[in-house]
Design a protein around this ligand. Structure first.
Ligand code: ADE
Length: 422
């Protein structure tokens, strides 16, 4: 009888999980060096951490670094569909980290798993989407006094935290890991770019070349998706609400137009806006039969699935993560991964090499909170610049890339105003 703490699909998957975690670790040299240092220095000794993250092999490597740093962690999923069951099993059974995550869990189970992750009265929270912070501030205010700080992984979570803080409600300091350059330049752009196309392709096996692919949102994630879709031969259309980003998309060589116009042209749609009902009734009304809709934004709110269901006469599953809605006029609209993050639902999320930097930020910011919380008022903080720069340096070194340093003359030049037109 295997004993472990947590709620996972099957403890028998643990051995596979161990292998997957080791495979990811090969591409995570920065995390490896942090883990080795944490094991010696124990900067998180005894700190109770509630982590709500996508339970993947990359996250497992972060959890192991925190555990070796002395943290007492409970981990739950940050999305009902993103869990890798083998990894959850390995964490709970082989590595002794209480883990509450099952791929495909109901919304009710999802929330009960977050309850379980905070049941040890966390001193630190580590969120991807701010669901733990929301729970603590909404219905577990009794636990707030014990929390000294937290971290937040993603754009959507940072937006929620800033809204909470703007209302004067945020009870403790949180470092916005997403704002680090070594996070969003790489994870949001190259990570989302590759993993989103990976999710669409794994789910459908459709050819991207020659398709009209509509990217809704041209933030870092949208830029990545558009870039990679173009690389695969798609004719990419971008939709935006922000004039600056729209202009960037135009000058990056993409067609830019309102969503209802794009809706009539697109074969494949990807939402990455972080907003709600981006693809809605007016778009469904003009879409081509067979249009494929996918979301890579944090929440499953970007495609109005409730409206789509109301407009539909039938719905059937064509393949795993591929559902076809048949509208009253006979047109078919295909939705991938239930409108949840397609890159984590139908594929494995971002590759380990980018998560190496994202999670190095998480680990180092957890250490920063542990050592600096007493001097931090409640609020949303950027990642300290030296942490961001160190991670870039370590990643370059691990990749065997060398760069130049300023000469003394160049340093002087950059620090002076005297030298101008000769
Ligand atoms: N977010 C996006 N990709 C991820 C991954 N591979 N692991 C954890 N969180 C992620």
């Amino acid at each position: 009888m295997t004993t472990f703490e947590g709620d996972i699909r099957d403890p028998g998957l643990a051995r596979d999980g161990v292998a997957r975690i080791a495979w990811a670790a090969r591409e995570m040299p920065v995390m490896r060096s942090i883990r080795e240092r944490f094991a010696k220095e124990r900067p998180l000794a005894g700190i109770r951490v509630a982590a709500c993250l996508h339970v993947t092999s990359e996250t497992a490597n972060l959890m192991l670094a925190l555990r070796d740093g002395g943290a007492d962690i409970r981990l739950c999923a940050s999305n009902p569909l993103s869990t890798q069951d083998e990894v959850a099993a390995a964490l709970a059974v082989e590595y002794g980290i209480p883990t509450y995550a099952i791929k495909g869990e109901s919304n009710e189970t999802y929330h009960s798993h977050i309850d379980a992750a905070i049941s040890h009265g966390p001193q630190m929270t580590m969120d991807d989407g701010a669901d733990v912070v929301a729970l603590l501030h909404r219905s577990r205010r009794d636990l707030l006094a014990g929390v000294v700080g937290g971290t937040e992984e993603t754009t959507t979570g940072v937006i929620r935290l800033k809204a909470l803080h703007a209302q004067g409600q945020l009870a403790y300091p949180i470092v916005a890991v997403n704002e680090a350059n070594t996070k969003h330049f790489f994870d949001n752009r190259y990570g989302t770019g590759q993993s989103t196309l990976d999710g669409i392709i794994r789910a459908t096996n459709i050819l991207i070349a020659g398709k009209h692919l509509v990217v809704c949102g041209y933030g870092w994630c949208g830029k990545g998706v558009a870039m990679r879709a173009r690389g695969l031969g798609a004719q990419v259309i971008v939709t935006e609400v922000d004039p600056l980003r729209a202009l960037e998309a135009v000058m990056d060589g993409f067609r830019v137009m309102p969503i209802v116009e794009a809706a009539a042209t697109g074969d494949i749609f990807v939402t990455v806006t972080g907003d709600v009902n981006v693809i809605d009734r007016p778009s469904f009304a003009v879409m081509k039969s067979g249009a494929v809709l996918a979301n890579s934004g944090h929440f499953d709110a970007e495609i109005n699935l409730k409206a789509l269901a109301e407009l539909s006469e039938a719905k059937r599953t064509l393949r795993t993560y591929v559902e076809e809605y048949t509208l009253g006029d006979g047109r078919a609209i295909v939705v991938l991964a239930e409108g949840r993050l397609v890159n984590l639902g139908a594929a494995e999320g971002h590759p380990a090499s980018v998560m190496d930097m994202s999670f190095a930020n998480q680990a180092l910011c957890a250490e920063y909170i542990a050592t600096h919380h007493a001097s931090l008022a409640p609020g949303v903080y950027d990642v300290p610049r030296d942490i961001d720069d160190d991670i870039a340096r370590l990643k370059l070194a691990a990749m065997g890339v060398h760069i130049d340093t300023l000469t003394a003359e160049q340093e002087r030049y950059l620090n002076s105003w005297e030298l101008g037109t000769a």
